[in-house]
Structures are given as C-alpha cells and as structure tokens.
Ligand binder design. Structure first.
Ligand code: CU
Length: 147
C-alpha cells in the first residue's frame, strides 16, 4: 500500500511546482535599442534596456549580430571590460547606456550607417532568445530619458 501512495504524492508535487513556475517565470522584453553610427570601420557600440516582468531573475548569457562579433562590456572607473553574463533581476532591468554597460560590436563586416537597422540576438538563461532590430542613429544621438 505504501508503494502505491508515494507516486501519487510525487506527481502532486510536480504539478504544484509547475504551477508556481509559470507564474514566476522570467519574462524579459527589450526596449530603446539603438546604435550610434560608428566612427570606426571595425567597432561600434549598442545600447538597450532589458526589462524583466517576471518573478525569477534571468541572465543575459550571449549576444550575436548579423554585422559582426558582439560582446557585453561594463564600464568600471572609466575603463571598460568584457563581462560573460549580466543579471536581469526579477521585476527589474538591465540597462545598457552610454557611459555604462554597452554592447561592443567588433570585426564589423560592414559599417552600419544612420537609418539602417542592425539585427541583434540576445540569449537569456531562462527566457531563450530575443531578437532585436536595432536602429542606427546619428553618431551624437542621445535618447530622451523622460525626466
Ligand atoms: Cu566596450
């Protein structure tokens, strides 16, 4: 009799966990993406905001693009360094902006020009891949912050 009871308990537990998971799962979206038209022939920077509406933290694990290689950089004390993964907190944001975290495009296959669009694929540990169409803005463009 005890053997018959155990599997039922296990199945019930799995169902409860699955229910919680769907409500609390990471739910990321990307907004405000742009690339200032690069001055260099080989390198460019990109900025965007990742918003996580879910109750579980997520992590940006890799970035790829159609124009060249991409890495995530953070700015520490005025110099920048590559980072492997960046956390997107539950109910929070991961912000890439001028002077802070940024996407670094390297080994460009073509030089993106104002008015064009660059495709960027962001891979997240929980939410999978998000494809972003990143418009190329004037080199001196700064986004309105809304303040
Ligand atoms: Cu950089």
């Amino acid at each position: 009799m005890r053997r018959a009871v155990v599997p039922v308990a296990v199945v019930t537990g799995v169902l409860i966990l699955a229910g919680c998971g769907s409500e609390d799962a990471a739910d990321v979206s990307v907004s405000g993406a742009y690339m200032p038209q690069p001055v260099s022939d080989s390198m460019a920077a990109g900025y965007l905001t990742v918003t996580n509406k879910g109750g579980t933290k997520d992590e940006l694990t890799s970035v790829t693009s159609d124009v060249g290689e991409v890495t995530a950089h953070e700015t520490v004390g005025g110099s920048m360094q590559q980072v492997e993964d960046l956390a997107v907190p539950a109910h929070g944001q991961l912000v890439f902006k001028s002077g802070g975290n940024h996407l670094m495009f390297d080994k460009l296959k073509r030089k993106p020009k104002q008015g064009e669009t660059v495709t960027v694929k962001l891979r997240f540990a929980e939410s999978g891949t998000v494809t972003v169409r990143m418009p190329v803005k004037p080199a001196t463009y700064t986004p309105k912050t809304g303040h």
